[in-house]
Design a protein around this ligand. Structure first.
Ligand code: ADP
Ligand code: MG
Length: 700
């Protein structure tokens, strides 16, 4: 396989456009892409026609507006290029109007109350900044046109619109700062994102026997396997052949659609892996991550595997996240988060850093909110995942820089990275990275970017980036407001850097984020520790959050309130489905199996005693007693869970219901799981109704 040949063959890229569009229209498209604005309808017609011709030449039969509603996944409705035949001749068509706008029925997508106050209508509108692409799937090749999804009155019904709005806000505010530092050449500031995607693979036939995996994406029962991740033998281990074959096909599919899948490796847990693309503009990265997730699932099926994107498919082993690498760069190639060789003399970098520290400290609760999804509740704070407390890791060099500034107002020197001595004369001398790593931090500086590690593996990275862009735009805006009035810029900028660092250094933590001491220390520092999704949801609509988003035109209060409601609904529905699945599995699978097992034991005791009255049957009797006790416990826990679900579902207020699911139903689920998991270790494996953790994780 030659990567260069297949890479991007299914995207309507700049090169393809140049080839398929007349010069005039091509220039008009490029102009809008670079400077914003809109295409004329005539040009849109020409572009649409070229796009259709190109897609048809690639075997596409349909097109679709591809968008990202608040379900967290993508949506598409295919329309063929067919038009009514003219004089018996088939004509294929895509008009400018069809390209630019669509009107799917908005009423079936979550809108969190926006629908009741406004019209049910929703519109999709072409987002030119993300290239159209062709998706090859079993139903044929489909031309996908990336779009935003908004209501009749212009409210965002998707995750993409606010992201684009936030990118514009960050662009505007960063340019103000750059101008203050005398930069007159950069014309555009763009946040870049590289989203590392973790996932599990499981054999499809075993998966199909687990109703919990099918309905909820995670195992709701299952005893620990004799072996887990304790030997650290899986991380970066040799990739098994079956998994390797999957990765090879996945890469090829992603490359065709212009997704730069580049890194692949085994992750910490057995059967857990990671794929990372090369970073790109935030909006493109968000689209591509959605597309990557879809593709990962699709390709898995072709290998009789299932790709699990849930944050915690298996209890007790590493969960899956999405490390969101984020940086700010300019159109003329400046990396604004690069400290350079002498950060102590780089006032622009210091101010940017101080503003980011301030932004993260001020809006820690909001950032936490953007990583809130039901699955992440099981991941955050457990087995090798960052805690639910937002803090910043800066590393030795920048940590020292901030310390110097907070203590004496200036940084006299800078810690340099040393050489790494291996003690072997034939090995090269390696320069150590001055920005070392701390895997335990939720928000870590890594060289020339920050890595936000809280987002869940199944979640879209759109919200995290919308929030990051906006909180940083706010901090830049406040700094620019002050410094644009300054008579002594350098002096005042230095003062501001010191002020922000002194006020907000409480959010910096370079130690072990997994430790209990940190939880206690964070509480002393007053940092929010929002352990669950329901605790993190209200951060979206605090007065602080509303003021932030309204100031930059990212969300109106109504949009935020609607999103808050969607989050509560999502949580309640997810836990409800999980509880129902447990009730089903306990009643239909586990209890009947255990009854069968104990009956067999009782019969065996009677048979042995009849055959040999003096035989010692205490083993069977002990087992029978233990299993019968656990069976009774299961029965009781099942009844409790049913009652908890019924009473929770009777609540009318959605936030109250979501909280009750968290406070009452989740513990009742744990109480049901416990005896069943214990029984799994006692009951004959041949009759146990589902594959065990060992089967699922070690037989891929
Ligand atoms: P690691 O797992 O060691 O953190 P990976 O190579 O798996 O590193 O992933 C790092 C991710 O960060 C990649 O997606 C990479 O493209 C992205 N990245 C690198 N530099 C930047 C940058 N300046 N801005 C945004 N993302 C970046
Ligand atoms: Mg990685």
């Amino acid at each position: 396989m030659n990567i260069a040949e297949i890479f991007g063959q299914n995207i309507f890229s700049e090169t393809v456009m140049k080839q398929w569009l007349p010069t005039k229209e091509f220039s008009e498209v490029m102009n809008v892409l670079q400077n914003g604005g809109q295409l004329s309808m005539q040009t849109a017609d020409v572009v649409a026609n070229a796009m259709k011709d190109w897609a048809v030449s690639k075997g596409a039969t349909h097109y679709t507006h591809w968008f990202q509603p608040l379900t967290g996944i993508t949506a598409e409705k295919h329309d063929s290029f067919l038009t009514p035949p003219v004089a018996g001749k088939t004509i294929l068509k895509l008009t400018g109007k069809q390209l630019i706008m669509g009107e799917p029925d908005a009423s079936s997508f979550p809108s969190g109350g926006l629908r009741s106050t406004h019209y049910a209508r929703g519109y999709t509108a072409w987002d030119m900044t993300s290239p159209a692409f062709i998706k090859e799937q079993a139903c044929g090749a489909v031309l996908c046109i990336p779009t935003v999804f908004v209501s009749f009155t212009g409210e965002a019904l998707d995750n993409k619109t606010p992201l684009l709005r936030s990118m514009e806000a960050l662009n505007e505010q960063t340019l103000r700062l750059l101008r203050l530092f005398g930069n007159t050449t950069s014309r555009k500031v763009i946040p870049s994102v590289g989203a590392e995607q973790e996932y599990f693979l499981v054999d499809r036939q075993k998966y199909l026997k687990h109703r919990d995996l099918i309905y909820t994406g995670r195992t709701l029962f299952g005893a620990k396997a004799p072996k887990g991740q304790e030997l650290d033998d899986q991380y970066f281990g040799v990739i098994r052949e079956r998994v390797g074959a999957y990765m090879k096909d996945l890469n090829e599919e992603l490359w065709k659609m212009g997704i730069t899948a580049t890194t692949q490796h085994n992750e910490v847990a057995p059967a857990q892996h990671e794929m990372a693309p090369i970073f790109s503009d935030a909006n493109v990265a968000v689209d591509q991550n959605q597309l990557a997730m879809e593709t990962m699932k699709r390709v898995a099926t072709q290998h009789d595997l299932v790709c699990l994107l849930h944050e915690k498919p298996y209890a007790g082993v590493n969960g899956s996240g999405k490390h969101n690498n984020w940086s700010i760069n300019t159109d003329d190639g400046l990396r604004l988060l690069d400290p350079g060789p002498k950060p102590n003399e780089n006032l622009q970098f210091q101010l940017i850093l101080a503003c980011i520290i301030k932004a993260v400290d001020t809006h820690a609760d909001l950032l936490r909110n953007t990583a809130a999804c039901p699955g992440n509740d099981h991941r955050l704070g457990a087995q090798e995942a960052p805690p639910a407390i937002v803090s910043i890791f800066l590393g030795d060099q920048l940590g020292d820089l901030v310390e110097q500034i907070t203590h004496s107002g200036v940084a006299a020197g800078v810690l340099q990275s040393g050489k790494l001595d291996t003690g072997v004369s034939t090995l090269p001398v390696i320069n150590k990275d001055a920005t070392d790593r701390n895997r335990t931090s939720p928000f870590a500086f890594t060289g020339n970017k920050f890595e936000f590690r809280m987002v869940g593996s199944s979640d879209s990275v759109a919200n995290a980036n919308t929030a990051l862009n906006t909180i940083v735009a706010e901090a830049f805006c406040e700094a620019a407001d002050i410094l644009e009035q300054s008579k002594d810029f350098v002096h005042d900028a230095k003062t501001l850097v010191a002020k922000y660092m002194i006020l907000h250094s409480g959010v910096i933590f370079n130690g072990n984020g997994y430790s209990d001491e940190w939880v206690a220390e964070a509480a002393r520092r007053g940092l929010p520790n929002l352990k669950s999704m329901v605790e993190a949801i209200p951060a979206l609509t605090t007065e602080k959050s509303v003021a932030l988003f309204e100031k930059f035109g990212i969300f109106t209060r109504a949009e935020l309130e609607s999103r808050e409601e969607v989050m509560y609904e999502t949580y309640a529905k997810t836990v409800h489905i999980e509880a129902q699945t447990m009730i089903h599995m306990a009643g239909k699978h586990y209890i009947p199996t255990v009854i069968q097992f104990v009956t067999g034991l009782a019969n065996s005791i009677n048979a042995v005693k009849a055959a040999c009255p003096t035989a010692d049957v205490t083993t069977q009797q002990d087992l029978l007693t233990r299993c019968s006790d656990l069976l009774a416990e299961t029965h009781e826990a099942l009844a409790d869970l049913e009652k908890a679900v019924t009473e929770t579902m009777a609540l009318e207020n959605v936030p109250e219901m979501a909280n009750a699911f968290h406070d009452r139903v989740i513990p009742a689920m744990a109480a049901l799981r416990s005896p069943v998991d214990e029984l799994e270790l006692l009951v004959d494996k041949d009759i146990w109704p589902v594959p065990t953790y060992g089967d699922l994780m070690f037989e891929v």
